[in-house]
Write a protein that binds this ligand. Structure first.
Ligand code: NOJ
Ligand code: CA
Length: 721
């Protein structure tokens, strides 16, 4: 670590209110300005000389709770409101300025080296009325800014409860926003692109009351990562980093002033965080650029997180997997063993005495077939959902004790299947659906992870469907965020990798805990079987959800008319086979699933070849083309060979791209295999019309390609010499 003092730039501001101190990015393009104005901590941000975040206040409102707010005693003397941490501040001393530059090696990622380079300013803010201090620490990178609150240990601030964090992000105009509704319980929404002023009108149309758990809170509340675009072509992306022991942040828009204010997820009493000094808030971050590709290339969120706390990471390995899954999601099969729910609810614990429903997917015969398919096609693992007892009444009943995570149904022979998988050189992937009964999961976790160790499982997909228990807790509260991290750190002790669905959206903590190899935390492919996803969905997720960490999107659908294998499921899937292939490149994840049924892959062996070939470990990534919701084109180099892979998705409209292959080794010859839509392909009934062409290429080649809205293309490039 290198810490160098940098010159403090003090200059007269154009804004009379802000006499400010300023800290600029290493390249000078981004500037963070800070001042205490009339006792209120205030910041603004400039990009290439233009204001992109107007003067915005910082602070907190505390909650008065007997026994915890000892600081109110000090206030009694002055009559001031000790619960207010928004005003009455003064700057204590001069800001501490440092800079930092290091290159670190992620355990997995879009590249093998990441540069973490910033200038930093720490402002100590004093509230003399209460004899207490907080610190605002800001970091300015070439790709954005971030700041957090620090609460040093001190006599007059020990325990405290947050009523609300009041961090503002004042917009400089009625920008375009790419957003999903703020919700304490689900992130599984389609995205909308609207002006900020239109959020209020459009938000009600986005709500999905059919969702198992949904708790929206404001007509103008949205989630992060929030992508924005100004009329003069500046892209802003607001998110948070290192959300640890703290609730997840939403943003609430005051659309009369175009100012967002942080809105934390409450606990079941409406409180927003139980704190004890010394403590820090998560980082509040804004990526800033005038080239949308930089948002995809930004590693701001990871850089703001701490280095790995796991010393030996040799057991953490990217995974390509298939699963006994899509047939349950589509409705053809079932997770539960019996439909004889009443026997089970009445306390029948011996499932062999119930009547099998004949549709239980996780049965010995089927799992063997999946193991064979995985082994024959080079997959590492086979996920099996519905293998364990409890699914008869798994959610919706607010039932606390549903699963024990160790008892298989009678038609799933755990030992025999484990042995069979081993004999075929693949592993089974564990599934722990908690149905939101989080306390029950914590009680069983150690036994469940120990069983995984005994049977040789090294990865678990967990899930949090339904309302959380303890009842009244929300999915993204401080308590739940602590649970998700507990599951990850306990798993690490067992050398287990975690892929949690329905858990809070990630904030880069996988840098610190790299066994968190996946999360869902957004609307995934499962919704293609439940009505469908918008055509633009996968061209916005890399800008938003993926900023905090990889998503288990579960791509790879080859059959788009679900009624062909699930009578009655009339979901329409507006995608194409090449568009599905592209997602293995554009939706970065060290954990990639081939979601469709083996028999569907067997129908299209030449297209399936791409899924077999595409790696899950990368050395380098080149962001060729990008515009939120419209298109994303990325080239990546395999970590273990000299092969390159390209994926491109088109969202809003059909798209012609011209891409230069100048990232290839000069002087080397390659063969490109292009998986593109056929001229008569469409996303209504022509999703399976594709063409595969081979071409000799080199670093001077340019390719002209076409993708239809909702679709895309994929290319593999293999060296010939
Ligand atoms: C929701 C998850 O997203 C899905 O992948 C899983 O199959 C179900 N929950 C059941 O656990
Ligand atoms: Ca889900």
């Amino acid at each position: 670590m290198k810490l160098l003092p940098i010159a403090l730039a003090l200059a007269a501001s154009s804004l009379p209110a802000m006499a400010d101190s300023r800290v600029a990015s290493p390249d000078g393009d981004i500037e963070f300005r800070f001042d205490v104005v009339d006792g209120r901590p205030t910041y603004s941000v400039y990009f290439k000389g233009k204001e992109v975040i107007a003067p915005s206040h910082l602070g907190f409102k505390l909650y008065s709770e007997t026994g915890r707010n000892d600081f109110t005693k000090a206030a009694a003397k002055t009559g001031a409101d000790a619960l207010s941490m928004t005003d009455g501040f003064e700057l204590a001393g001069t800001p501490q300025l440092t800079s930092f530059d290091e290159t670190w090696t992620p355990v997995w990622g879009e590249e093998t080296e990441i540069r973490n380079h910033y200038n930093e300013a720490a402002y100590t803010l004093r509230q003399p009325d209460f004899d207490r201090n907080i610190i605002v620490r800001a970091r300015v990178y070439d790709d954005g800014v971030a700041f957090r609150y620090e609460f040093p240990q001190q006599a007059h601030l020990n325990y405290f409860v947050i009523d609300e964090e009041l961090t503002e992000f004042a917009m400089t105009g009625d920008h375009y926003a790419y957003w999903i509704p703020g919700d304490y319980d689900t992130q599984e929404y389609d995205y909308s692109k609207t002006r900020l002023s239109e959020i209020r009108d459009v938000l009600p149309t986005m709500l999905n009351p059919g969702n198992a758990s949904t708790t929206t809170f404001s007509p103008t509340g949205v989630q992060t990562s929030l992508q924005l675009k100004t009329d003069d072509g500046v892209y802003l992306n607001i998110h948070e980093a290192a959300c640890i022991n703290y609730p997840t942040m939403h943003l609430n828009l005051d659309d009369s002033t175009m100012t967002f204010t942080s809105w934390l997820t409450p606990d079941n009493q409406g409180r927003k965080g139980y704190m004890q000094t010394p403590a820090v808030s998560p980082w509040r971050s804004v990526i800033i650029t005038d080239d949308a590709r930089d948002i995809l290339a930004s590693r701001l969120i990871y850089n703001l997180n701490e280095p790995s706390k796991i010393e030996d990471t040799s057991w953490i390995k990217p995974v390509k997997y298939i699963g006994v899954w899509w047939e349950m999601i589509s409705g053809a099969g079932s997770w539960n063993y019996t439909d004889d729910v009443y026997s089970v609810m009445l306390g029948e614990t011996d499932y062999t005495k119930t009547k099998p429903n004949g549709r239980h997917s996780a049965n010995n015969e089927k799992v063997r077939r999946y193991i064979d398919f995985a082994a024959d096609n080079g997959f590492d693992q086979v996920l099996v959902e519905g293998w364990n007892e409890g699914w008869e009444d798994w959610f919706g009943q607010s039932k606390d004790y549903v699963f024990d995570f160790v008892t298989p149904y009678p038609d799933f022979d755990l030992d025999a299947l484990t042995d069979y998988a081993k004999s075929r050189g693949v592993r089974l992937m564990m599934h722990h659906e908690t149905s939101g009964a989080v306390r029950n999961y914590e009680r069983h976790m150690d036994t469940a992870y120990t069983l995984m160790n005994e049977k040789g499982y090294n990865a678990v997909k967990s899930g949090y469907v339904g309302n959380v228990m303890p009842r009244g807790e929300y999915h993204y509260s401080q308590w739940l965020n602590n649970h998700y991290l507990y599951a990850v750190t306990e798993a690490a002790k067992h050398h287990i990798m975690v892929n949690a669905h329905e858990a809070t959206r990630p904030t880069g903590i996988a840098r610190t805990y790299p066994n968190l190899i996946g999360n869902e935390s957004a609307r995934g492919t499962e919704y293609q079987a439940m009505g469908g996803n918008r055509k633009t969905h996968t061209s916005i997720l890399p800008f938003t959800r993926l900023q905090g960490g990889p998503m288990d999107y579960t791509p790879g659908l080859f059959v788009f008319d679900l009624s062909t294998f699930t009578p009655g499921n009339n979901s329409k899937i507006a995608s194409t086979i090449p568009g599905q292939l592209a997602l293995y490149v554009t939706m970065y994840s060290p954990l990639q699933m081939a979601a469709d049924l083996p028999e569907h892959y067997e129908m299209f062996p030449d297209a399936f070849q791409f899924i077999k070939d595409v790696p899950v470990e990368w050395e380098r990534s080149v962001y060729l083309e990008a515009e939120p919701m419209d298109y994303v084109t990325i080239a990546r180099k395999d970590k273990n060979s000299d092969e390159w892979y390209i994926g491109s998705t088109a969202g809003t409209a059909d798209r012609d791209s011209r891409i230069s292959l100048d990232f290839l080794d000069p002087g080397r010859k390659y063969e490109a295999t292009i998986y593109a839509e056929a001229p008569d392909a469409n996303t209504v009934d022509g999703q399976q019309r594709y063409q595969i062409t081979k071409k000799k290429v080199n670093s001077k080649s340019t390719l002209k390609l076409h993708a239809i809205a909702g679709g895309g293309y994929a290319i593999s490039i293999k060296p010939l010499n």
